[in-house]
Design a binder for this molecule. Structure first.
Ligand SMILES: Cc1ncc(COP(=O)(O)O)c(C=O)c1O
Length: 435
């Protein structure tokens, strides 16, 4: 399947492959042009233009992705890997082409190493159940970090409880950087697995994944990286990182909900037992025994979310056209702008995570002194500004920072400096209301 990304939605612009229809100009992403690809951003919220600053929860979807879903359901909706008829063959081809797009997006050596899942949570659980229950025994250590999303914590708690394993945690500094000196000491435990997030969903910290993977491998551990907040924002090359498992969701990288993937090294996937069982994951079934299908289908039991998979391929193609280097630089510049604007207008604002834009992705957790983050989010909402408030599925991290909750503004390819200005003005309104 080749995904056709539509030209910009104004008739006056002419698309060229070099500048992707005016979305990239002189090597820089132009969010005002990119925004036109996202129909929802032309809508209003409480009578104000929607300012969507909650992309770390889920991103908005471009026309290229919406059209891919629409085309599937209107023109060739049929199950995959089954139908010996035209639209069945077309849906199988589109689904597998989407897998190839995802493989290219993360530079996987082969699309057969890309298992489609519903989301990052399912991808991590797949490893915890399949690899974990076969490889973790009494006393075996698994090293995690204090900044993990619950999706990369609770599956390992269940595994450790069941197999009598041991969980250890790399601590963070007060400004949200992993303590690699402590990691080095923890590695003396000879862990079987080290699992950590590439980019923190709460603090934005970009972890040194290449260095951490090298350190873990030198100690004999396998490495799982939670890439849910990395794939939408920074270039990801699984071969250059060198990890063993890389898990991510589609819906945060412009793709539909219900799409996600696990990339793992071929030898690992081949040695791992199935996670779920049923149709499509088998080659042969007898009454008392079965033989498994080849990878990746061995891990894809039952009818998958075909449309979501095709949409994930379309999102990967769209992001590759934008260029992930451009996406990263756009968000880095937005961070610099936001820190400057917030600091100038609201010097009392409490900000968390590293303040150096080079060290973090487009996520800004904050608190307005004396105002609960839920109240902050509610007042912002009234002026059309959507931010998240709460613990962001990182309760242990909030405990570590002695915070009950935070408000969080997060960016994506369509975020503009005008969105940041709206946030700054919204915080002024919060202060006016709460004195
Ligand atoms: C770092 C990180 N890991 C994992 C997840 C879980 O993603 P999902 O709910 O799509 O499975 C999230 C979602 O916010 C996340 O930010």
């Amino acid at each position: 399947m080749t995904v056709t990304v539509p030209p910009p939605t104004t008739a006056t612009e002419t698309a060229s492959s070099a500048d992707f229809g005016g979305r990239i100009v002189e090597g820089r992403l132009v969010p005002e042009v990119v925004r036109r690809d996202f129909p929802i951003l032309a809508t209003k919220s409480h009578g104000h233009p929607l300012v969507f600053l909650d992309s770390a929860s889920t991103s908005q979807k471009p026309t290229a992705v919406i059209d891919a879903l629409d085309e599937f359901y209107r023109e060739y909706n049929a199950n995959v890997h089954r139908g010996i008829y035209e639209i069945g063959e077309r849906s199988t081809a589109a689904y597998e082409a989407a897998r190839a797009s995802v493989a290219r997006f993360i530079n996987a050596p082969s699309s057969s190493e890309v298992v489609f899942t519903r989301n990052a949570t399912e991808a991590i659980n797949l490893v915890a159940y399949s690899w974990g229950r076969r490889n973790i025994d009494r006393g075996d250590a698994i090293i995690l970090t204090e900044m993990e999303h619950h999706a990369n914590l609770v599956p390992w708690q269940l595994l450790a409880q069941e197999r009598d394993g041991d969980l250890e945690f790399i601590p963070i500094t007060d400004d949200g950087i992993l303590r690699l000196d402590v990691f080095e000491v923890l590695l003396r435990l000879k862990p079987k697995l080290v699992a950590f997030t590439h980019v923190s969903n709460t603090l934005g910290t970009i972890n040194p994944v290449v260095e951490m993977t090298r350190m873990a491998h030198e100690a004999g551990a396998l490495v799982l990286i939670d890439g849910a907040q990395a794939v939408p924002h920074v270039p990801v090359d699984v071969q250059a990182i060198g990890a063993d498992f890389y898990a991510f969701s589609g819906h945060k990288m412009l793709a539909p909900t219900g799409s996600g993937a696990l990339w793992a090294r071929r030898e690992l996937l081949e040695a791992m037992p199935p996670f779920m069982a049923g149709g499509d994951m088998i080659r042969e079934v007898h009454l008392r025994r079965s033989e498994w299908n080849s990878i990746p289908w061995k891990f894809e039991a039952g009818t998958p979310d075909i449309a979501a998979g095709i949409g994930l391929g379309a999102a990967a193609e769209y992001l590759m056209c934008l260029g992930m280097g451009h996406v990263r630089e756009h968000e880095r510049e937005l961070l610099v702008y936001a820190f400057e604007a917030l600091g100038r207008a609201h010097p009392d604002l409490e900000l968390y995570g590293p303040l150096d834009a080079d060290l973090r992705g487009g996520v800004i957790p904050f608190n307005v002194p004396g105002v609960h983050p839920h109240d902050v989010a509610q007042v912002l909402d009234r002026s059309g500004v959507a931010v998240r408030a709460g613990h962001h599925c990182t309760m242990p991290l909030h405990e570590r920072l002695e915070l009950a909750a935070t408000a969080r503004a997060s960016f994506n390819v369509y975020t503009t400096t005008a969105d940041i200005d709206a946030l700054v003005a919204g915080i002024t309104e919060v202060k006016r209301i709460f004195g």
